[in-house]
Design a protein around this ligand. Structure first.
Ligand SMILES: C[S@@+](CC[C@H](N)C(=O)[O-])C[C@H]1O[C@@H](n2cnc3c(N)ncnc32)[C@H](O)[C@@H]1O
Length: 358
């Protein structure tokens, strides 16, 4: 008999934990429905059109009523929508619209479900990688990851990047206002690069990323935002990006993804002007594993296991930091690369901002 079997089970604890896992199961089933609603514009249509029956919502969105009716029932069961039985109308409360329908809202979470879809789509490959140790490059995933990441992170950048994060760096906001040269490494679709370019019209920006398709889309985004004269995007690695004399080099949620973050930090030191600044925006984390608990840490560890760590392992993985590396480990990498000063200058519930200088 195993020691586990010989210990009397606390059946209440079993029931409690089963309830917890069942709640998770319900969330992942209905999370797929949130993504469907986001993709089809069902939340937007509810936000704009007010209370609607399934027939009215289907007509408004060009979808089939029978599908819409079932989806509405699921949304109502989860408390996302309110329902008035007398009129058979469903409504999206204004507060819920801020989370599910309002693209510019800092609380807009719907695009994160695209990222969740990328995690689910990649599970077979991930299972193989657990066995083989093979890495999985960012570019091996589907478009839902790239677009979901862009849209999910962009609102945070719009809210914090030029209003609190850059102003928290010593002297950088003033320099960017006067006109400076900035590199954004691992820029993806360029959301952060464009937010900075719009706020600092006298500065010039270049975004680098290994993933060619992301760079192609970033160029389109710069054109659409009307900043293409001052913003360029190039395919390049964080450890060997071209150019020099940058006043600011930023890694926006990308440093921990790198296979060789130490070399990337050394390359940044070479490419900065003598009094230039390196800025890391990283997922918020505590130093100790035991302190990284709760929904945010759990979500980050899941993304880290499925996306960030496999990407680092696909690039030699000298140091696969993972998305919950925490401030001590991150600043140690910077110090070892030759940065004399590295410290956390700002924090939100989701991010921490590190400044490093020579
Ligand atoms: C989590 S995404 C963040 C994208 C973007 N910075 C943002 O905040 O939306 C990480 C990005 O780092 C890029 N990346 C990964 N390894 C890289 C490397 N060695 N050199 C340059 N970019 C890299 C990926 O292609 C991906 O676009």
């Amino acid at each position: 008999m195993t020691s586990q079997a010989s210990t009397a089970l606390n059946t209440e604890a079993v029931e409690r934990f089963a309830g917890q896992v069942f709640g998770d199961l319900s969330s992942v089933f209905s999370g797929a429905m949130t993504l469907v609603g986001h993709r089809l514009g069902l939340y937007q249509a509810l936000a704009e059109g007010g209370p609607q029956t399934s027939t009215e919502l289907a007509r408004r969105t060009g979808t089939h009523e029978r599908y819409v009716r079932e989806w509405l029932h699921c949304q109502r069961a989860g408390g996302y929508l309110s329902y008035e039985p007398a009129s058979a109308r469903f409504a999206l409360p204004a507060e819920h619209a801020m989370v599910l329908a309002a693209e510019g809202s800092p609380a807009f979470l719907a695009p994160a479900f695209d990222v969740a879809a990328a995690l689910w789509n990649g599970t077979e490959r991930l299972v193989d990688s657990f066995r083989s140790g093979r890495g999985i490059g960012w570019g091996e995933h589907g478009a839902s990851l790239f677009c979901g990441t862009e849209a999910f992170f962009r609102n945070g950048y719009r809210q914090h990047l030029t209003t609190t994060w850059i102003p928290a760096l010593d002297g950088v906001d003033a320099r960017l206002r006067e006109g400076a040269s900035v590199a954004d490494i691992g820029c993806g679709h360029g959301a952060s690069t464009i937010v900075m370019a719009l706020a600092y019209p006298k500065s010039r920006f270049v975004g680098f990323d290994l993933h060619g398709e992301s760079i192609r889309i970033a160029r389109e985004r710069a054109k659409a935002a009307g900043v293409e004269e001052r913003v360029s995007f190039e395919v390049a690695s964080a450890t060997a990006f071209p150019g020099g004399d940058y006043d600011l080099i930023a890694f926006m949620d990308a440093f921990h993804d790198l296979g060789d973050p130490g070399r990337a930090a050394e390359r940044s030191l070479e490419a900065l002007v003598s009094d230039g600044t390196l800025m890391l925006v990283e997922p918020r984390a505590a130093a100790a594993v035991e302190d990284n608990v709760g929904p945010v840490a759990r979500m980050y560890y899941a993304a880290s296991t499925a996306l960030c760590t496999p990407n680092a392992l696909s690039q030699s993985g000298r140091l696969a930091l993972g998305a919950q590396a925490g401030p001590e480990q991150l600043t140690q990498v910077l110090s070892a690369a030759g940065f004399g000063q590295a410290r956390v200058v700002a924090e939100t519930p989701f991010n921490l901002v590190i400044q490093a200088r020579r």
